[in-house]
Design a protein around this ligand. Structure first.
Ligand code: FAD
Length: 292
């Protein structure tokens, strides 16, 4: 099994860690504690999300440029185009350039009414993430990642439309796609097959959500179209008031998921940290990483 093999094999793995911009001083303290723990684990990059509808635009820029300066780790800023004109989005991209941010995770975003609600592009805005990727390319030379969905984006008419949309994003200049969280590895593996059969050769990075809080993750999953298998719900059932066992089960579940993927040949992982380090740090260790 590859997951039990030598450091040499595991060295081939690429890891990235996703954070969100902290909202207040206390959250900021927790953010840096988590960052200081994870940055030495040699990630390809760490990324910081862009709050719904651009609500964190300044905080995202500030924190991403500080990560690179303070930790020396490559950092990527997320960017959405929902609710903004091309001019406004261009200002943010130029702001990233000024802050020497060269990596962008380019997304459409969701309407303020909520995830899954019908999307209306801004009259002078980009209509989707593929157009946004092309717009970013016109402004500068960025390393661009985009999103993809092992269980299909909820607004895609069918698999063909979903995969064609991903192909447009890659053809527009994205270097890789990062998946939405998934808990059934066969969904991911089938998705990669569909993409390869459609002529998409870019890396499809497995987005892994360690379950820090099952109730929260299950609620979020429902909104973004990720299914929670019955076996997973069973494992966490009754653990709401038992944080210690919850954490042990979460570590076991995530370890099982990533080691199975490594054994199936997956080499690129993106961890959704929720600004916490413990589970992701343990997973990175299991994948052979040690603090540099
Ligand atoms: P798109 O690729 O534009 O696709 C959206 C839907 O529109 C798809 O169903 C697609 O098939 C359809 N579509 C696109 N173009 C066409 C067309 N021409 N004709 C017909 N249908 C079309 N959200 C945030 O607000 N901030 C973040 O920082 C953030 N980070 C994320 C990171 C990752 C890794 C992932 C997976 C998601 C993230 N999201 C974030 C959520 C994302 O904004 C939503 O999932 C959103 O609903 C879709 O964004 P997208 O970039 O995939 O959209």
């Amino acid at each position: 099994r590859l997951s039990r093999q030598s450091d040499y094999e595991l060295e081939k793995l690429q890891l990235s860690f996703e954070f969100f911009p902290p909202k207040n001083d206390k959250m900021e303290e927790r953010f840096w504690v988590a960052m200081d723990k994870l940055a030495p684990m040699s990630p390809r990059f760490v990324s910081v999300t862009y709050g719904a509808g651009g609500t964190t635009r300044d905080r995202t820029t500030k924190i991403v440029s500080r990560i690179e300066k303070d930790t020396g780790v490559n950092a990527a800023a997320h960017l959405t185009c929902v609710g903004a004109s091309k001019e406004e989005v261009g200002d943010v991209i130029r702001g990233y350039q000024e802050a020497e941010i060269s990596r962008i995770v380019a997304l459409r975003g969701d309407p303020p009414e909520g995830v899954g609600m019908p999307f209306q592009p801004h009259p002078q805005g980009y209509k989707n993430a593929a157009e946004l990727v092309a717009g970013i390319q016109e402004i500068g030379d960025f390393d661009i990642s985009v999103a993809c969905y092992p269980e299909m984006h909820p607004q895609s008419p069918d698999w063909h439309g979903d995969i064609e949309n991903l192909k447009r994003k890659i053809d527009a200049g994205a270097s890789r796609a990062i998946t939405q969280m998934f808990f059934d590895n066969s969904d991911y593996l089938r998705f990669v097959d569909r993409a390869r059969n459609a002529g998409i050769h870019a890396p499809i990075v497995a987005g892994i959500q360690p379950i820090h809080n099952f109730t929260q993750v299950a609620n979020f999953a429902k909104r973004c179209g990720t299914s929670i298998p019955a076996w997973l719900a069973d494992r966490f059932e009754g653990l709401e008031d038992d944080p210690e066992t919850h954490a042990l089960v979460a570590a076991a579940v995530a370890a099982e998921q990533v080691t199975e993927l490594v054994d199936r040949g997956v080499t690129e992982f993106h961890f959704y940290t929720m600004n916490r380090s413990s589970l992701v740090f343990a997973l990175a260790r299991l994948l052979g990483r040690r603090p540099a």
